[in-house]
Design a protein around this ligand. Structure first.
Ligand code: ADP
Ligand code: MG
Length: 842
């Protein structure tokens, strides 16, 4: 059945929507947006009446009432299912010919296998003349299903075969292209088995030997007297110049595809042969790229001077020159940046078009808070707090990112913000990525807020004087559960902080949930549990999310959805260069804590090689003898990888058996359950162990002030930002602390520079920028971040292009915030499709 995959995709989504009770949330942005994007890619699927009917039923979905939605989704699903029942054995798609032409594609008009249907960007790949079933399947594995997909399946590199010479001019060592006639060709057996084809070619200036190994079929192609084009490196063998296994194609009047140009190398998979895939792509690009409609409004194209879309697509596949390739990349990279910027700016506009709670600043409460702090705020903390208070005072929901290196004091800032919300009669919630971090925050926030009295006069529910006995009773019980003894209570004016974790008993949990729903509890700390159905807030005024990069956009949205429109403060210690911030967190305003509290010790950082491990172990032994503790970090090693790196398990075995048999060595790794990990972490924090061997799981900050050494194995495998995060695990107490990086010297120059940067630089932001510069954005994060768009062409380091896209997005949205104008329809559909893909992948 044509378009089967698209129909299944639609069906799956509708089934999910049905399962969720038709709340229009099965996909971000709502069903209608999804459908707009889906239509774009639907291709042949749109030809079915059943599909048309389903689409008609779902028109205007957002404004339908829930009952109508349920009915219509039900019918639409039935309609789609009927397609599969009527055709239990879907017809095989038409295949024009079973094999690729062995020659490069020739004059189109004369093709014997010209397609019955005209080929368009929406055609399924099966319609491409000459494609085999196997190729269709292989492309499908790459996510390429339609002609349009193939047009957007870009080369990952180019071989430069542009330098064309005569044979006399060929220089050994250079990569060159020659056009020559076959003078002689003979097949010879090789000692190692198989055969070799020796070809002698010549032009007016001389002769050249060309050899191919183990490709016996080539003998029929190199017939004496035919002309060929050869591209490859010139070698020397027995004192004579020769080409070994060059790229080649017969010399015809046709385009050069494989030789004599910038030759594209496309990402391939099993079942796809480079030459035939390239020839197929050339055919499709020539025929269909000109049919692409440009989604950029003419005004944008004029202002930016970017290449038109059809040309950019043609040039990125088969560039006429380096310069054209660069221009094509710029244009397509711009598109990606623009989609991102339009998306995030729109999200921000929609978010901030809602009414929020204007929380009027209570200076008396803030000053009481400052008076009780055991330290002075840093300048950066003061600035961030001012920015946050200003946001919260507006009747628009805040969306702010608080970015600050490990130890820069984000918790105090969060506490000050929470206090303002609470003083105005609202609740605040803080969501952390793990239970142990939630617990740590809980203790930290209680210490900071526990002795600050808040005015209760604005509280509707729990102004204690006019409580009836039953309410009073309930409140007493909650305070008992929260561990608020008489003093903490501050005559009913103490901040009531609850930790909502799995360790609460069922009855206590019920009481706490009740307390949250009634507004008896001011500040709730927990994990993802805070956004589950069972938690209802009385008046959530501020939602704080710690370590944002662990949360997706969706979860952020869900937490937001719990209150009506709470102010949102997102905190991260990941030092992300400014340019990336604009992309990834473009929908957030940013406050940066770029200053550490005074008196922080520098963590002594040394890079050693594997043979020097013993020195490091002696150091750890000395520290343990002084009563300190140490972390040993091992990179995650895939079983398939052939590397000399010990896994955490192996390291733990070696250390506990051979190196430190007399010390207490614990192990924590990614395959353990969260509960088990937390148990080990707590035992380590309580000094039941001297050494903790861990995989990257300890990255997220737990406080163990007594740990003074962190040794990192396979240090070259981590990003500098991540190494810096690891390093932040020590130096949290009063003792001098150390970071030891282990990796070998024979590593390349980049590794050497990165290790030296770690030794000499202690500023996380600078390290992140250096890493981005040295390794590029692909490796910057190590793994893809949830909700991070997947960029095919755009370079995150290209700040100028990013800023151009940002400006253009603002201009476009200023005139047409919803992209409703007809001349923006295509842009909007493209942007939606881009985000649908991103959100599904993320
Ligand atoms: P992070 O930004 O990594 O979350 P924390 O909020 O945990 O940092 O703060 C780290 C430590 O620094 C805490 O012990 C905190 O009490 C302390 N701290 C925060 N701000 C200051 C300051 N202005 N002066 C001194 N110590 C501070
Ligand atoms: Mg923190």
């Amino acid at each position: 059945m044509d378009g089967k995959d698209q129909i299944i995709r639609l069906g799956k989504l509708l089934a999910e929507e049905q399962r969720r009770g038709c709340d229009d949330r099965a996909v971000n942005g709502g069903l209608e947006r999804f459908l707009t994007a889906w239509r774009m890619d639907a291709g042949m699927a749109l030809r079915y009446e059943a599909v048309q009917q389903a689409l008609e039923l779902l028109a205007g979905y957002a404004v339908l009432d829930q009952a109508t939605r349920r009915a219509r989704v039900g019918i639409a699903l039935e309609s789609l299912r009927s397609l599969f029942r009527a055709q239990p054995n879907p017809q095989p798609a038409p295949v024009a010919s079973s094999a690729m032409p062995t020659r490069a594609p020739t004059r189109r008009a004369s093709r014997p296998d010209a397609p019955a249907r005209p080929l368009t960007p929406d055609s399924p790949l099966d319609d491409v003349p000459g494609i085999t079933r196997q190729m269709v399947q292989s492309f499908r594995r790459l996510g390429v299903r339609t002609v349009r997909d193939l047009l957007y399946h870009f080369p990952h590199r180019y071989d430069d075969f542009t330098s064309r010479k005569t044979i006399a001019e060929l220089q050994p060592g250079a990569v060159e292209t020659v056009i020559a006639e076959v003078l002689d060709a003979r097949t010879l057996p090789m000692k190692s088995g198989g055969s070799r084809l020796d070809v002698l070619v010549g032009d007016e200036t001389g002769t050249l030997k060309v050899v191919f190994f183990r490709q016996p079929w080539l003998a029929q192609r190199f017939l004496v007297g035919t002309k060929v084009v050869l591209s490859g490196k010139i070698g020397v063998y027995d004192g004579l110049r020769q080409m070994a296994s060059p790229e080649w194609q017969p010399f015809t009047d046709d385009d050069l595809i494989h030789v004599g140009r910038l030759v594209p190398v496309h990402p391939l998979t099993r079942g796809l042969v480079e030459r035939s895939a390239r020839a197929l792509i050339k055919q499709v690009v020539d025929r269909c790229a000109p049919m692409l409609e440009d989604h950029l409004p003419p005004a944008v194209r004029e202002r930016t001077g970017l290449m038109p879309l059809p040309q950019a697509i043609a040039q990125i596949h088969f560039p006429d020159s380096r310069d054209m390739l660069e221009q094509a990349r710029r244009r397509l990279g711009f598109d990606e940046f623009l989609f991102i910027q339009l998306g995030v700016l729109q999200r921000k506009m929609i978010w901030q078009a809602q009414r929020g709670y204007a929380i009027t600043r209570r200076d008396d409460v803030h000053e009481a808070f400052l008076r009780r702090l055991p330290f002075e705020l840093t300048g950066a903390q003061v600035r961030a707090i001012e920015e946050i208070f200003a946001d919260m005072a507006r009747p628009v929901p805040m969306a702010r990112l608080l970015q600050g290196d490990v130890g820069s004091g984000k918790t105090v800032v969060a506490a000050a913000a929470a206090l303002q919300a609470i003083a105005s009669g609202y609740q605040a919630a803080l969501m952390a990525p793990t239970e142990i971090l939630a617990e740590q925050h809980y203790r930290g926030l209680r210490a900071l807020l526990g002795n600050v009295p808040v005015p209760r006069d604005q509280r509707q529910v729990s102004a204690e004087d006019d409580l009836d006995p039953e309410q009073r009773e309930r409140l007493e019980e909650i305070k008992r559960i929260l561990g608020m003894s008489g003093d903490d209570d501050l005559d009913g004016r103490g901040v009531r902080v609850a930790l909502l974790t799995g360790s609460l008993g069922a009855k206590e949990r019920r009481r706490v949930l009740e307390g949250i729903a009634r507004g008896d509890i001011d500040l709730i700390v927990g994990t993802h549990a805070l956004i589950t159905e069972s938690v209802q807030y009385a008046a959530l005024g501020l939602a704080i999310v710690d370590e944002q990069h662990r949360f997706g956009v969706e979860q952020r949205q869900r937490l937001k959805d719990k209150g009506y429109n709470p102010h949102m403060l997102v905190m991260t210690a990941t030092p992300i260069p400014r340019t990336l911030t604009l992309t990834i967190y473009g929908d957030l305003d940013v406050s940066v804590l770029d200053e550490l509290p005074p008196g922080r010790q520098e963590i002594k950082t040394r890079w050693i090689t594997t043979v020097e491990r013993d020195k490091a172990y002696r150091h750890i032994r000395r520290e343990v003898a002084k009563g300190r503790q140490a972390f040993v970090i091992c990179p995650l090693v895939e079983e398939s990888e052939k590397v000399d790196l010990p896994s955490a398990e192996e390291m733990h075995a070696t250390l506990s058996r051979d190196v430190f048999p007399d010390l207490r060595v614990a192990l924590i790794h990614g395959k353990m359950l969260p509960r088990e990990k937390d148990a080990v972490m707590i035992a380590f924090r309580n000094h039941e162990y001297d050494i903790l061997v861990a995989t990257a799981v300890i990255e997220v900050g737990i406080d163990v002030p007594n740990a003074t050494t962190i040794l990192i194995e396979g240090a070259e495998r981590f990003g500098l930002a991540q190494l810096h995060q690891f390093r932040g695990r020590v130096g949290r107490g009063v003792h001098q602390s150390y970071c030891i990086l282990v990796c070998d010297k024979e590593q390349n120059e980049v590794t050497r520079q990165r290790m030296e940067a770690m030794e000499t630089i202690s500023d996380g932001f600078r390290l992140a920028e250096i890493d981005l510069h040295l390794r590029g954005p692909g490796e910057f994060f190590g793994t893809r971040q949830s909700g991070t768009p997947d960029l095919k062409v755009a370079q995150l380091t290209d700040v100028r292009l990013l800023q151009t896209a940002y400006r253009e997005a603002q201009k476009i949205l200023a005139d047409d915030p919803q992209l409703e104008r007809p001349d923006h329809a295509l842009l909007r559909a493209k942007m939606d499709a881009f985000w649908v893909e991103t959100l599904q992948a993320g």
